[in-house]
Design a protein around this ligand. Structure first.
Ligand SMILES: Cc1cc2nc3c(=O)[nH]c(=O)nc-3n(C[C@H](O)[C@H](O)[C@H](O)COP(=O)(O)O)c2cc1C
Length: 216
């Protein structure tokens, strides 16, 4: 038997993985990132085969990692984690640097730039192994965002492409954001929220919330 419940005890961070398509910067949110070695530092990332970013890493053999912090603007996670770079210039909305010709978020704890040296294919994801060619700190005064913080404090969700996605079952009628899947669970009834209420995860307006009936 495989109880996926136990997987919830793995610890992760929350990052933007960036890459390039010709001159255009692309990227997506990823939590599945780990340091594999410290000498000749090497990093492994797991990226869904359907993600546009995957194809760009495959082509350029390069990727960047921006380390997000607890106060990261939620619109960043909404944009990079719940929409595709295919038809969206995600980076142009947020201040960023170009390091080794790869995009890095200015408002991040630091960055790592990698050159792909190997890869491994699963049915749904590619694990890219990247040799670090540059890395530096940007902010010293922020706490790195952990995946647990994202779930427990921000109450953020994971889309289907995240390796850690688990289908959730809610038991009551709830208002659900149709962009990122955030489920409103505040004390004020959803209907009574002000018109300028925005989704705390992806930043879209109230009109994007749909009532999900218990038996939907
Ligand atoms: C918190 C969070 C963690 C995620 N982790 C991963 C991950 O580790 N690997 C992955 O392939 N996608 C992950 N995703 C999903 C991608 O960010 C998402 O599918 C994105 O829209 C892909 O964008 P792209 O098509 O521009 O590459 C995650 C999303 C969120 C919100």
């Amino acid at each position: 038997m495989i109880s996926t419940e136990v997987f919830k005890n793995f610890s992760y961070g929350v990052y933007i993985v960036g890459s390039k398509e010709n001159d255009r910067s692309v990227g997506c949110i990823a939590n599945s990132i780990m340091q594999v070695t410290s000498q000749n530092p090497t990093i492994a990332i797991s990226i869904n085969n359907d993600n546009y970013t995957n194809m760009c890493i495959e082509k350029t053999k390069m990727f960047s990692i921006s380390i997000l912090h607890e106060k990261t603007n939620q619109e960043i996670i909404g944009t990079f984690g719940f929409s595709t770079s295919k038809d969206n210039n995600k980076w142009e909305k947020f201040e960023h640097l170009q390091v080794e010709n790869l995009p890095v978020l200015k408002d991040s704890i630091g960055y790592v730039i990698c050159k792909v040296v190997d890869k491994m294919q699963t049915k749904t994801h590619t694990v890219f192994l990247g040799e670090v060619i540059e890395a530096d700190m940007l902010l010293n005064n922020q706490e790195p965002m952990t995946y647990a913080y994202y779930h427990n404090v921000i109450k953020g969700k994971s889309p289907k492409n995240a390796p850690t996605y688990i289908e959730e079952k809610e038991s009551n009628d709830k208002y659900v954001c149709d962009i990122c899947g955030y489920v409103y669970d505040g004390d004020i009834p959803f209907e009574d929220l002000p018109d300028d209420y925005i989704c705390p995860v992806c930043g879209v307006g109230k009109e994007h919330f749909k009532l999900r009936k218990d038996n939907d």
